[in-house]
Design a protein around this ligand. Structure first.
Ligand SMILES: Cc1cc2nc3c(=O)[nH]c(=O)nc-3n(C[C@H](O)[C@H](O)[C@H](O)COP(=O)(O)OP(=O)(O)OC[C@H]3O[C@@H](n4cnc5c(N)ncnc54)[C@H](O)[C@@H]3O)c2cc1C
Length: 362
């Protein structure tokens, strides 16, 4: 039997921080952006290296406890979660390299101790060859060129993990790239959701990447296979956001609003259980396309549940739900983001097919 993640001391610390610090500031953070001070507080809590191996200060969490942390942070402040999640997933990956006794560059070691917050520019590999960062071999390393479509937490990280492609060999080179003169924002984005996540489009202008900063070199085929595992499942942040919206519905005195929460709470629990069980099963089976149709259907169900629940909150709050100081509009916009985040061609197709099907059956 696995331990209850709620009982883990670190999970309790994170919950306390999320409730006391992040949740009350969520509307302001969406307006003004995640601050360096907030990141400093996450560092103090231990959230910038919780997945690191013990010598780097890691907390030795299991998968359930880590998922619970994602839920708690996303439920309290979606913008902060988005910035933090880029770093957290990268430190998980660096931890794997450290565990395999591969020599780590100094920058990676500083990320693993939580001293350095990493940003990520990895999603453009999904759209190769339509759009991607080009990697070209040069003496002592690589040159990276192109525009990264999305980097959350810009201005808060001294370095990014970037996935670039060498087109001729279809090799995906993932490397740490220091932010400097040759990395700059392109035209400003005017985001309709997660506006406080400091997300920018970033131009890499002939950036030299020393060989020691390369984290991995994989075939495009292998990368796409691994991405299926990342993009195909409903994950912790979906359920953290749903938990918050259910809570706000339940806290409303109007019984017709509470009835929505009562109907949807068990449905969301079921989707969550299924999503986690399928993701675990897929991981054990080596990832890739294992029970892909069911996993995609579960992700679609989770996106639909969030769309419905956040809409219910807007309806419940009436006109105020659309005012900037009401959390209903914040959660509804966060749910929009969930619908496109980590979108692969399969995810997009599955969701659109589901919606088209529903229209036909009316
Ligand atoms: C606000 C925001 C912040 C983000 N932050 C980060 C970050 O910090 N780091 C990071 O690495 N990523 C980040 N992302 C990327 C996020 O994961 C991507 O949104 C996701 O990968 C989808 O990519 P895309 O939106 O660029 O869409 P696209 O690349 O345009 O398309 C998505 C998928 O749909 C398919 N597709 C597109 N158009 C069609 C079509 N007409 N017909 C058939 N298939 C099609 C593509 O093949 C692709 O697989 C962020 C995204 C957003 C919106």
């Amino acid at each position: 039997m696995t331990a209850d993640p709620e009982e883990h001391p670190f999970v309790r610390t994170v919950r306390e921080h999320a409730e006391r610090v992040l949740r009350p500031a969520a509307l302001r953070t969406d307006r003004e952006g995640v601050s360096a001070e907030q990141i400093g507080e996450l560092r103090t809590v231990g959230l910038l290296n919780h997945l690191a191996p013990a010598p780097y200060g890691g907390r030795g969490l299991d998968r359930d406890a880590d998922r619970r942390i994602h839920e708690l942070l996303a439920g309290a402040c979606f913008n902060t979660w988005l910035v933090w999640a880029q770093h957290a997933s990268l430190t998980g990956r660096l931890a794997e390299s450290a565990a395999a006794d591969r020599p780590l560059p100094d920058l990676a070691r500083r990320a693993l101790t939580g001293e350095v917050l990493l940003g990520a520019g990895i999603s453009d590999v999904r759209s190769f060859p339509r759009r991607y960062i080009a990697a070209t071999r040069t003496a002592g390393g690589w040159l990276f060129n192109g525009t990264i479509s999305w980097v959350s937490g810009w201005g808060l990280s001294p370095a990014l993990a970037v996935a670039a492609v060498e087109p001729a060999s279809e090799t995906v080179v993932t490397a740490l790239v220091e932010v400097g003169e040759r990395t700059r924002p392109a035209a400003p984005l005017h985001l309709a959701a997660v506006a406080g996540s400091r997300t920018e489009r970033i131009v890499l202008d002939d950036v030299f990447v020393p060989a020691e900063h390369v984290l991995s070199q994989r075939t495009l085929e292998r990368t796409r296979f691994e991405d299926l595992a990342l993009a195909s499942d409903a994950r912790g942040h979906h359920f953290g956001l749903a938990e918050t919206v259910l809570r706000e519905l339940r806290e409303t005195p109007d019984p017709s609003v509470r009835a929505v929460a009562e109907t949807w709470r068990p449905r969301v629990s079921r989707i969550r259980r299924t999503a986690y069980a399928l993701a675990d099963e897929a991981a054990e089976a080596g990832g890739g396309t294992h029970r892909l149709a069911e996993r995609l259907a579960t992700k679609v169900a989770s996106g639909e549940a969030l769309a419905t629940l956040t809409r219910a909150l807007v309806i419940a709050r009436a006109g105020r739900g659309l005012a900037g100081d009401d959390t209903a509009q914040l959660h509804a916009r966060s749910a929009l983001f969930v619908l496109v985040q980590g979108q692969s061609a399969d995810v997009r197709q599955a969701h659109l097919a589901h919606l088209a099907d529903r229209q036909e059956s009316r």
